[in-house]
Design a protein around this ligand. Structure first.
Ligand SMILES: [Zn+2]
Length: 49
């Protein structure tokens, strides 16, 4: 079972990426460093529903 999730910039709160995760293997909230178009730099992105 993979759930679609949205990755949200932690600085400007823009939702920039969507991905999927396997709830059985991934616990807790995902955090990835991604390029944010609004911040125009790499920022940490966190999972948001
Ligand atoms: Zn941003």
């Amino acid at each position: 079972m993979r759930d679609n999730i949205t990755m949200q910039c932690t600085e400007c709160k823009e939702r920039n990426y969507t991905t999927t995760k396997n709830k059985k293997t991934v616990t807790g909230r995902l955090e990835l460093k991604k390029f944010c178009n609004r911040c125009r730099k790499h920022t940490p992105h966190k999972e948001s529903k």
